[in-house]
Every structure is written in C-alpha cells, then in structure tokens.
Ligand binder design. Structure first.
Ligand code: MN
Length: 173
C-alpha cells in the first residue's frame, strides 16, 4: 500500500541500462514515494577505489520500475533494459528508514545497502560542490564482502534480470 511508509515497508532500487543518444545506466533509489534517479555513464563498479560520475536526473514514478522496451520518441529515445532490481536500506539501522534516506539525499551523502540480483552490499552517493540544475554526484562501492575489483559488472552482465534479453533483442535488431 502506498500509504504504508512505516518501518518494515520495503524500499526498492532499480538499475535500467539505457541506450539513448549515449549509453548509460539509470540508477534509481526509492526515497519516499518517488524514485530518485541518477544517470551513470560508465555504470556501477564493484571496485571500492573507483568513483563513478552520477548525474542527477528527473525523479521517476515507482510504476516505471518494471519498464523495459523501446522509447520511440522524445527525450530518452532508445532502448531500456532492466539491468538490476532489489531492496534498498540505509546503511545505518534506522527506525524510519525513509527519513534516513531522505536526510542523506538532502545532505548530499547517501549511505545505503542494496540487495539486488547483481549489486549487493554497501554503496555511497556523494554530491559534489555546486548547485546546478543537474547536480553531479559520485557513486562508489563501499569496501565489504560484496566488493570485487576483479569483476566488472557492466562487462559481466548484459542481459535483463526480468526477460533475459540483451539490448539488441529488446530493440528487435
Ligand atoms: Mn536514461
């Protein structure tokens, strides 16, 4: 239920691989009742020493989380593949997880834990200085048992977690 925002309500994340004018990964975290969104050109890295540019983009509705397919026109024209999905929690246990995540977002530092099919463990998003229309953040893997400098998830996984298809198959090429 949309009104059930108390402790115990599960928050979600999704990553959509999006081949538009440029290939990027749309990294979306549920904060409150919306999906805060970042476009990550190089995609996530499991190497804790690597920080990836994550450009904040428009919020998306939760109803978009399952989307996979072709965008025929307009902004984002191209093909979308559902690359990962799972649950999201703040890194520190909190009575009100939503409030903790929203506080981190406002402060420009979000420490969170993912339980997805491909991305797991602790992650961090840090907003860089500047107050632009499209704030730039850095996404990084926090060093834990799920970190792995040897495994490049972008190279390793090129299929959809929902349909098993590749971008080319979704595009009908
Ligand atoms: Mn996109």
């Amino acid at each position: 239920m949309a009104t059930d925002r108390g402790r115990g309500a599960e928050r979600v994340f999704v990553v959509q691989k999006h081949r538009a004018s440029r290939l990027h990964f749309d990294f979306r975290l549920q904060i409150g009742d919306t999906m805060k969104s970042w476009a990550v050109p190089k995609g996530p890295s499991l190497d804790p020493s690597v920080r990836r540019l994550a450009v904040e983009v428009d919020d998306h509705p939760l109803s978009y989380n399952d989307f996979e397919g072709r965008i025929e026109s307009g902004y984002g024209k191209g093909t979308v593949l559902l690359w990962d999905r799972g649950s999201l929690e703040p890194a520190s246990p909190a009575d009100r997880a939503d409030a903790a995540l929203a506080r981190g977002y406002r402060a420009g530092r979000i420490d969170f834990v993912l339980r997805g099919e491909r991305l797991r463990g602790a992650w961090r998003l840090v907003r860089m200085a500047g107050d632009e229309e499209r704030p730039q953040w850095l996404l990084s893997k926090v060093d834990d048992e799920h970190a792995d400098p040897e495994l490049d998830p972008v190279q390793r996984y090129d299929t959809s977690v929902s349909s098993g298809r590749t971008l080319k198959e979704i595009a009908g090429e």
